[in-house]
Design a protein around this ligand. Structure first.
Ligand code: ADE
Ligand code: ZN
Length: 335
């Protein structure tokens, strides 16, 4: 099973590039940029990654991002992630970045987007991995701040396919960002939002109905509203689920309790993603393995996660069809 999973073509739709910062690179960048970090070794960093909830993680995650200052840093970060994608047979990835985490420290929007997009361009040319960029608003900050960030993004619209919403869900519901999402739609951006990770099912409804999202990030708490689950299945509204993240942040205590396979079997467009792999102990293959180990599944079901991700991706229909053909061909040979 693990061999099949390793070789299976994969598509990632929920990856925070800042969350792919491995402790070794964090140390290298801290030295290069002469930034103080409160750790003496990469192992000490790893030992600190014990979280009891989302906020615990976010506090450490924002601290880690302090070592990212220059275009080269964002380039190196993104390139390291792409090399991991290659190992895991990820053929397409749509990555998030959090501009406000950087602009609040005096790093220019341009520095961030140029570093990331240069690495992604090279990834397409040298590794054959296609990609898109989505910028997320930090929901613990004000809507006014998000609107300023949207304005900063306008000159780079050709590099950014959509907007998202992340950070602390508790106390910062989707409807707080109604106006900025309205403006983003008007400017031609697609939209996604984290909802129903730690927050209630109502946040999923409101992300869909009020923010007009095309995908829901996480969304696993939809099961608390039976009518919503039926609606998600009927509309094929995608959920970008992150199994190892959910375990690390105690959304589920055990992988056996995770609802992703149940949702797949109910016909929802669920996908498997790594979220913040450097913090949660695994990239795409690790996430697939963890789900398959806890929930016995057929090869077809495993491949369905990739087919769902292709359906949910922000790429042209013709490319989607080509990717689907690749997966069907893989299943014929390895199935
Ligand atoms: N930012 C990075 N990872 C996140 C997550 N899992 N939830 C909310 N915000 C995040
Ligand atoms: Zn996330």
């Amino acid at each position: 099973m693990h061999r099949f999973i390793q070789q299976l073509p994969k598509v990632e739709l929920h990856l925070h590039i800042e969350g792919s910062l491995e402790p070794e690179l964090m140390f290298e960048l801290a030295q290069r940029n002469q930034v103080d970090i409160p750790f003496t070794s990469p192992q000490e960093v790893r030992d600190a990654y014990q979280f009891t909830n989302l906020q615990d993680f976010l506090d450490i995650y924002y601290q880690g991002a302090n070592v990212l200052l220059h275009e080269q840093d964002f380039y190196d970060l993104t390139w390291a992630y792409l090399l991991r994608c290659k190992e895991d047979n990820v053929i397409h990835t749509e990555i998030f970045f959090d501009p406000q985490t950087h602009t609040a420290r005096g790093v220019a929007f341009e520095t961030v987007i140029e570093g990331i997009s240069k690495a992604l361009d090279q990834g397409k040319k040298e590794l054959g991995i296609s990609s898109q960029i989505i910028m997320c608003f930090l929901r613990h900050l004000s809507e006014e701040d998000a609107i300023k960030t949207l304005e900063q993004a306008l000159p780079y619209k050709d590099k950014i396919i959509g907007v998202g919403l992340d950070s602390s869900e508790q106390g910062h519901p989707p409807e707080k960002f109604t106006e900025v999402f309205r403006q983003a739609h008007e400017a031609g951006f697609l939209a996604v939002a984290h909802a129903g990770e730690e927050g209630p099912a109502m946040n999923i409804r409101n992300a869909i109905d009020i923010l007009g999202v095309h995908r829901v990030d996480h969304g696993v708490r939809c099961v608390e509203d039976k009518a919503l689950v039926t609606e998600l299945a009927e509309t094929r509204m995608p959920l970008t689920v992150c199994p190892l993240s959910n375990l690390k942040l105690k959304v589920f205590e055990e992988m056996e309790e995770h609802n992703i396979v149940e949702l797949l079997r109910q016909g929802l467009c669920v996908t498997i993603n790594s979220d913040d792999p450097a913090y949660f102990g695994g990239y795409m293959t690790d996430n697939f393995n963890a789900v398959a180990d806890a929930h016995p599944m057929s090869h077809e079901e495993l491949a369905q996660f990739t087919l769902n991700a292709i359906e949910a991706s922000f790429i042209a229909d013709q490319e989607k069809q080509q990717m689907k053909n690749t997966v069907h061909k893989f299943l014929t040979i390895h199935g």
